[in-house]
Design a protein around this ligand. Structure first.
Ligand code: G3P
Length: 267
């Protein structure tokens, strides 16, 4: 393993290997994604960072949910952005995963911050549909301000598929770490290093299938950390680690943690 870059964010349980075990939507292989149970389990399993998708309710409250629509992960329907936070809180966000999980709610970002503060770093992924057309006062400002309020500035990595949000984060605060989530359509054939430069990003996130040797080498040469999603299979985890990624998003943080701890020990 060669993870010699300066860490982008602080980790509460840093083991010094320069690699981050990231629980994708919490420990989402075992609990309904983006719920407090999934986040608590990730913490208990020794994840070093929790990834959570953040959108905005109709009344402008940052809430944690992946899809633009409610149907897949709740008993509601329609758009998240057409519901107030009070309406969203009334929905069941666990029963779709199994009756044993009924009663889970859509968390607000504040609930997640309350759990995470002092315990675990976060990757807050801003959903593109929540990114406004006006440049200021939108989801980016709201999220940064909440993170500051909770004293979590050093422990949060921001990311988004919305390239304009990436750039905007550094207009709000130049010191906060931001990762560009690769989107082919917005990239118009640009090289990885060019994209990172164009949007003033600090890291590059891409899928397992996109993480080519070429990108791994380009990033390594330019000292750009790469975080790869979503890898649940041990053999693939090994491959990504050996290629030099700085972190992996997984639905099974227990599996990745175990693997990384053993690779590190036997190094
Ligand atoms: O941020 C990594 C990964 O979560 C990106 O894909 O679809 O899960 O938001 P998605």
């Amino acid at each position: 393993m060669d993870h010699s870059f300066e860490p982008l964010v602080k980790l509460y349980n840093d083991n010094g290997d320069g690699f981050t075990v990231i629980a994708h939507r919490g420990a989402s292989a075992y609990y309904p994604e983006n719920t407090m149970s999934a986040f608590k389990a990730a913490l208990e399993m020794g994840a070093e960072m929790i990834e959570a998708d953040v959108s905005l309710s109709k009344d402008g409250v940052p809430v944690v949910i992946h899809d633009e629509e409610l149907r897949r992960t709740t008993n509601g329907s329609g758009l998240v952005s057409d519901h107030t936070v009070e309406e969203l809180k009334r929905l069941d966000a666990g029963a779709w995963f199994g009756q044993a999980h009924a009663g889970e709610q859509i968390p607000t970002l504040e609930e997640l911050l309350t759990l995470a503060t002092g315990k675990i770093a976060l990757n807050i992924e801003i959903k593109p549909e929540a990114v406004g057309k006006t440049p200021f006062g939108g989801i980016e400002e709201k999220v940064v301000s909440l993170v500051e309020q909770y004293g979590m500035r050093d422990y949060v990595l921001y990311s988004s598929f919305a390239y304009k949000a990436i750039k905007h984060f550094h207009e709000i605060n130049v010191d906060i770490p931001v990762a560009l989530l690769y989107d082919k359509k917005q990239s118009s054939g640009r090289r990885l290093t060019q994209l990172v430069a164009d949007y003033d990003a600090d890291a590059f996130n891409c899928s397992y299938w996109q993480y080519s040797k070429k990108w791994a080498e380009e990033a390594k040469e330019a000292q750009i950390p790469i975080f790869v999603y979503t890898v649940n299979d041990e053999r693939k985890m090994r491959k990504v680690i050996q290629r030099g990624a700085s972190g992996i998003f997984t639905d099974k943080p227990d599996v990745l943690k175990h693997l990384v701890d053993n690779m590190w020990k036997t190094k």
